[in-house]
Design a protein around this ligand. Structure first.
Ligand code: PLP
Length: 423
């Protein structure tokens, strides 16, 4: 069994406990010694798993949770939900923010209030997680997948315009676009909004992974009429599960709030004139969310540092590529993602296997939506770049508690060699 010395931090779960009392920001306090020495000195303790993106609790989580419990607001309404929505407003600068039970619900609601229904065309990034596109199916609309551009791996504006024009030629007028900021990296919203304005397409930003990211100093999720956040357990900040809809238009916001609460009409009895959903966030989870926003800045710094540490060691490998930030963009680097072109001689899957054997979680890059069985028959536009990204890419552990020592160990395992100490 692999071992590590007692008292040295390598345990995400232990660190959670520490974080509840004091946010130690472990990377500052980490003892940096070579990993193999680390293993050699302690025969009896198992090495804990390093997760891809584990939750990272904030110092005030227990205090706010206790406050919520003590208040007896154990419901999908309550003071913490109100406070969370106020926090979202302050963070994003968006006037209408609705706390929800998931990012998927937020995207679904966005489509509903944008008027998407049966048979409508909805354009969508292909290089993303499936939850960007599933709500299109919930509305019985048609997803039209659009390829990424090579530098930022986000939706390609030129391909988007070609897709709209081709759909127009075939007699379809796409109603909406779901554009994802993949791994937190801002998409080219200036170009995308310009195209969509000209063609009358409503833009919905899937900023599920991009809380803490910005473009021209403006939070992602607020560049378009509608935006969605996720606070799922693997995100940069989390409520354990949860999401939010950001909405510029007050009528749409009011409609969204009604649908999210089972579309109840204002009457004493339960009266419903349209289909509703049960999408609201629990007051308990909102308490966790409030505490998480207090540490968002630190979390972004930590993830950006993780990414830079990996990049500093990987960039000398010929053919190594990563997501470039647009001018004026700041990515939260939610996941540190790298692609290796054929000349690199890197086998990303082989690396994943080595890491898995050492109890370290890593993942391939997104399998594009146009290649998923769930979306069989959906039209696709592009040059298949995302298929190449998927074929030999890797997302490395990216959590806010990852230490330089963890990263050194990960890189040494992948390359089977020693590296200079990462700081
Ligand atoms: C790009 C993207 N969109 C949507 C979602 C859905 O968010 P949730 O898991 O909160 O439903 C996620 C995350 O899971 C995501 O990564």
């Amino acid at each position: 069994m692999r071992t590590r010395p007692k008292g040295y931090r390598a345990n995400a779960l232990q660190s959670h406990k520490i974080s509840l009392q004091k946010d130690t920001s472990d990377r500052k306090n980490a003892v940096v010694i070579p990993w193999k020495m680390y293993l050699a000195c302690m025969p009896n303790m198992p090495v804990d798993r390093i997760y891809l993106s584990p939750p990272h609790l904030s110092p005030k989580a227990m205090e706010y949770l206790s406050e919520a419990v003590a208040s007896n607001w154990i419901a999908p309404v309550g003071p913490m939900v109100t406070r969370f929505e106020e926090t979202l407003k302050q963070y994003s600068g968006c006037e209408h923010c609705l706390a929800l039970n998931s990012g998927t619900s937020a995207l679904h609601l966005a489509l509903i209030v944008a008027g998407v229904s049966v048979g409508d065309d909805v354009l969508c990034s292909t290089f993303t997680f499936a939850a960007s596109a599933f709500p299109i199916l919930y509305q019985k609309a048609t997803p039209i997948f659009v390829e990424s551009e090579v530098r930022g791996w986000n939706l390609c504006p030129d391909t988007l315009e070609q897709a709209i024009l081709d759909r127009n030629r075939k007699g379809h007028k796409p109603k909406a676009l779901v554009v994802a900021h993949s791994y937190g990296n801002p998409a080219d919203m200036d170009a995308i909004l310009d195209i969509c304005d000209r063609h009358g397409v409503t833009v919905i930003e899937d900023a599920a992974e991009a809380v803490g990211s910005s473009l021209h100093g403006k939070a992602m999720g607020t560049h378009s009429p509608l935006g969605a956040y996720s606070f799922n357990g693997n995100k940069i900040i989390t409520c354990s599960s949860g999401g939010a809809l950001l909405c510029k238009d007050s009528t749409q916001a009011k409609h969204a709030r009604k649908i999210a609460a089972q579309a109840k009409e204002p009457s004493l009895h339960f009266e419903h004139h349209e289909e509703g959903h049960n999408f609201l966030m629990s007051n308990l989870l909102a308490a966790v969310g409030v505490s998480q926003f207090e540490v968002l800045k630190e979390r972004v710094e930590a993830r950006r540092k993780n990414f830079e540490n990996y990049r500093s060691k990987l960039q000398s490998t010929p053919g190594c590529q990563w997501q470039e930030e647009l001018a004026g963009a700041l990515s939260n680097r939610w996941l540190s993602a790298f692609f290796f072109a054929p000349e690199s001689n890197v086998n990303a899957l082989g690396w994943m296997e080595k890491l898995a054997a050492a109890n370290i979680e890593s993942r391939p890059l997104w399998k594009p939506m146009h290649t998923q069985k769930a979306f069989t028959g959906a039209p696709y536009y592009g040059n298949r770049l995302s298929e190449k990204l998927f074929a030999n890419g890797i997302c490395l552990p990216s959590g806010g508690m990852l230490t330089a020592l963890d990263q050194q160990r990960i890189l040494e395992l992948m390359f089977d060699t020693k590296f200079d100490q990462i700081s």
